[in-house]
Design a binder for this molecule. Structure first.
Ligand SMILES: Cc1ncc(COP(=O)(O)O)c(C=O)c1O
Length: 373
């Protein structure tokens, strides 16, 4: 992708100083281990368990393959209840497993799947729920688990946005049967491309490790039709280096979030995502705004105005997953079933947020939105 230096995009990947990466490369050149659970892969798994305060993690080459594998590992079939307000990979992971997605509307404040509406969507074919911690805001994990227990369903969280988010009990990645992370370049913590599954116990991790390596349990034994989901040593080494900077990167994002909130709360017709309660440590991964009818422009006009000034916000998540051709024929994809998601998708713009965003640019963005530019 060709980039214009003047353009400000919704995100910019955090890159540690290049010279700090060179020793990692020298080590790879020396030991000639490029993949297949090499030393950096193992180190990153251990360091991430410590950083995220989780027991077991299995690294992947991206979040989408991790989602596919999480469903395989629990042998999920039939129908899975999920949200239309997410990145399309959430639902695609179901279709790739031959599973029918059943869409349930979202809550107006968290923008996560509305647990009150889940029960009505359960059928004899339902086997699991796949909620998303949208923008890193924790789902109502307690009620979702109660429903899952009552109906004997599995819960797999798409936690692609939730790296480092905690509540007063620890990492929110501990909820459900499995949680899946993405370390894509656009994420708070990136390994260029990458992902992971958080596993509750050693047995589950073992099965997932087999599945991501073609199903190999040892040199001559294949226990399942696995896939190639392994993270390479290059990506794992980069992840190790990134971890040294993650606290600083999140701190800088937090400052930008505060800046936006201070300035934007005064602008008529611009709504913000509710601030997380004090018990939540956020990761400030996205900064969505919602353009209300009493703002002077409609959402697409503001989006275009920002663009005309070289500010490339993103309408995450618009269109809804349920608007895409492979989903829109499903009964649960009808807009009348999803009034909240439909309304939010038509109002949202995610503003640029990333550690190196300068105050000048932030002021420019505010001026454009407030109409002073
Ligand atoms: C909610 C959500 N799920 C899944 C993915 C897929 O992750 P990846 O790009 O690492 O395959 C992403 C991001 O890309 C995402 O935002």
């Amino acid at each position: 992708m060709q980039k214009n230096d003047k353009n400000i995009y919704v995100t910019q990947p955090y890159l540690p100083p290049l010279n700090e990466f060179l020793p990692y490369l020298e080590e790879i050149w020396k030991n000639k281990i490029l993949t297949n659970s090499g030393p950096y892969h193992q180190q990153l798994e251990q360091k991430l368990c410590e950083f995220l305060n989780v027991k077991y993690i299995s690294l992947f080459n991206n979040g989408t393959i991790a989602l596919l594998t999480s469903l395989q590992s629990l042998r999920i079939t039939g129908e899975v209840i999920t949200t239309p307000y997410s990145f399309v990979a959430t639902a695609h992971s179901l279709l790739w497993n031959g599973i029918k997605p059943v869409f349930v509307d979202i809550e107006p404040y968290t923008l996560n799947i509305d647990p009150v509406k889940i029960e009505a969507a359960i059928t004899p074919h339902t086997t699991a729920i796949m909620p998303v911690h949208c923008y890193g805001t924790p789902c109502n994990t307690k009620v979702i688990q109660e429903i899952a227990n009552t109906y004997n369903l599995r819960v797999i969280y798409d936690a692609a946005h939730a790296f480092g988010v905690t509540d007063n009990g620890g990492s929110i990645l501990r909820y459900g049967d499995l949680s899946v992370l993405s370390f894509h370049a656009t994420k708070v913590f990136n390994t260029f491309e990458g992902g992971a599954i958080i596993c509750p116990d050693e047995q589950t991790k073992k099965r997932i490790d087999y599945l991501k390596n073609f199903g190999f349990a040892d040199e001559t034994t294949v226990v399942a039709p696995g896939i190639n989901g392994k993270m390479s040593e290059l990506n794992a080494a980069f992840g190790l280096l990134q971890l040294n900077y993650i606290d600083k990167a999140i701190e800088q994002r937090k400052k930008i979030d505060h800046f936006y909130r201070q300035k934007l709360k005064k602008i008529k017709g611009i709504q913000l995502l509710i601030k997380p309660p004090k018990t939540i440590t956020a990761n400030y991964s996205y900064f969505p705004i919602f353009v209300e009818p009493n703002y002077k422009l409609d959402r697409d006009e503001l989006y275009q105005k920002l663009k005309d000034n070289n500010i490339f916000g993103r309408r995450y998540f618009y269109p809804l997953i349920t608007d895409f051709p492979m989903y829109r024929g499903l009964p649960s994809a009808s807009p009348s079933n999803l009034p909240v998601a439909t309304e939010i998708a038509n109002k949202v713009i995610c503003l640029p947020i990333y550690p190196s965003l300068t105050e000048d640019i932030l002021n420019k963005i505010i001026n454009i939105i407030s109409g002073e530019q």
